[in-house]
Design a protein around this ligand. Structure first.
Ligand code: GLY
Length: 463
């Protein structure tokens, strides 16, 4: 945990933007995998972590603005728990680590909320995403399941986002740490990738590297020779010389901060000419887009510029044609990059996605697009110093999508479908770095950038 004052200060700052009522933070519970005692790896709710820091299942907290109260609700461990888990701190001791004085057993939370509601106080809660917490809110507050997301408090959501969007120095240090572990995960794979190995052998070692630094992967590792499937979690293919292998992985530090990087490697250690040409299009796009990032610039525009660099490179290769600005405006490039350039990152890989991407990545001045491809952009708003984002352009050749667009004669002014035939089995290339917006510009997070140029990757793989 950070120092106790950190959590108190965050709550004090939060309270400045809250109006009236009771603000409820639901922590997470253990989640059974296949029977109650065999649970998934516990992950605390990130909002609870941000304001209380306590990585313990079965907790909740309230800030009651009207009565000037802050309470943590949780049960002390009993002797049965201690026999299996060893000595455990009391809830009072835990609460003191985030400077909360009042604690009550978990069962008292329902009384507190129901009494507050009866007395006319509004109960503000964040959008629940765990079914057990949804059942609890249904039972205690009588909220219908289908309305639960809509009835979450927008005031509360926006106040939390305003704080969590801008990273504190201590958070940036943690994200740098996560990136340094991510560097080791990715470069270990670069050293070991060769023909004859199965994807799972490399993915397993990458996961092991993160575990050996006290971390876990920040999301299930994507590692595949079929990089044209954006989030491919199948690791059962045997690698052959000439394959491309896309690896999208990051670490979550013991303080729960994430990294998220993608590299694409030539399995034999050397890109073919065709692979190198497409790789350099993606490389130009990531490098060009990072250069544009500074406070005051809309990320939506960075996405469009990255897409234009990509489309212009594809035009040089003869795969696209016509007016590139127009092509991107209309979404023709999305045949090759059907996703957004990047997303916010912090305690979550897609930071605060639970609070609604429209609230995190957009605001009244920047609204999401409804054009295929750009519509999947998770972040569009103006950049501020302290924001942390990923940039992850890619070029993918998705045969099923190509076939549909070709049949519909979609964007024939911008796409050379005949030339595309020779790329049907190419796969996909994505490159991704994590970026901090600084006072005047931006920097790539982590001590060293993971090898990315063609020469760096090939020389690293030679080893
Ligand atoms: N890099 C994984 C993701 O953005 O979901």
């Amino acid at each position: 945990m950070f120092k106790p004052e950190v959590y108190k200060k965050r709550r004090e700052n939060l309270k400045k933007s809250l109006s009236k009522g009771v603000y409820l933070f639901m922590g997470n519970n253990e989640t059974p995998m296949n029977y109650p005692d065999n649970t998934y790896h516990f992950r605390q709710d990130s909002n609870f972590l941000y304001f209380y820091g306590l990585d313990i299942a079965g907790m909740a907290a309230i800030i009651d603005i009207d009565n000037d109260k802050e309470i943590i609700f949780a049960n002390d461990m009993d002797i049965d728990d201690i026999i299996w888990m060893g000595p455990q701190p009391s809830v009072k001791e835990l609460a003191s680590k985030c400077l909360i004085n009042e604690t009550q057993p978990f069962s008292k939370l329902a009384d507190y909320l129901q009494k507050s509601k009866k007395s006319g106080q509004k109960i503000h809660f964040l959008p629940p995403y765990k079914h057990d917490n949804m059942i609890y809110l249904n039972k205690v507050l009588g909220l219908p399941f289908e309305k639960m997301k809509d009835e979450a408090s927008l005031e509360f959501i926006l106040a939390v986002i305003a704080l969590r969007n801008v990273k504190e120095q201590i958070e940036i240090e943690e994200i740098d740490r996560a990136c340094n572990i991510g560097y080791l995960m990715h470069t270990t794979s670069m050293r070991m990738t060769k023909p004859g190995l199965y994807e799972r052998e490399i993915a397993g070692v990458m996961e092991g590297v993160s575990l050996s630094y006290g971390s876990v992967p920040s999301f299930p590792i994507i590692l595949t020779k079929n990089g044209q499937t954006l989030h491919n979690h199948y690791h059962g293919n045997k690698l052959q010389a000439g394959d491309l292998m896309l690896q999208d992985a990051g670490a979550q530090t013991p303080m729960y901060y994430a990294s998220d990087n993608t590299r694409t490697l030539p399995v034999g250690g050397k890109f073919t000419t065709k692979q190198r040409e497409v790789y350099e299009v993606v490389l130009n796009s990531i490098n060009g887009s990072i250069k544009l990032m500074k406070p005051g610039v809309k990320y939506f525009d960075v996405h469009l510029s990255a897409s234009e660099i990509l489309a212009s490179g594809l035009k040089d290769l003869g795969l696209m044609k016509g007016d590139i600005k127009e092509a991107v405006k209309l979404g023709a490039h999305a045949l090759f990059m059907p996703h957004g350039l990047g997303h916010m990152m912090g305690l979550d890989v897609h930071d605060m996605e639970d609070l609604g991407q429209i609230n995190v990545g957009y605001d009244k001045d920047t609204r999401p697009s409804d054009i295929f491809g750009t519509a999947f952009l998770r972040m569009g708003r103006e950049l501020k110093s302290g924001y942390v984002l990923t940039n992850e352009p890619g070029v993918y050749f998705i045969p099923e999508l190509i076939d549909i667009w070709k049949k519909e004669r979609k964007f024939t002014d911008f796409i050379n479908y005949d030339k595309l035939e020779a790329y049907r089995d190419f796969g996909g290339i994505r490159l991704e770095d994590d970026i901090l917006i600084t006072e005047k510009g931006s920097r790539i997070l982590g001590e060293k950038r993971i090898p990315i140029s063609v020469e760096e990757v090939e020389s690293f793989m030679r080893g």
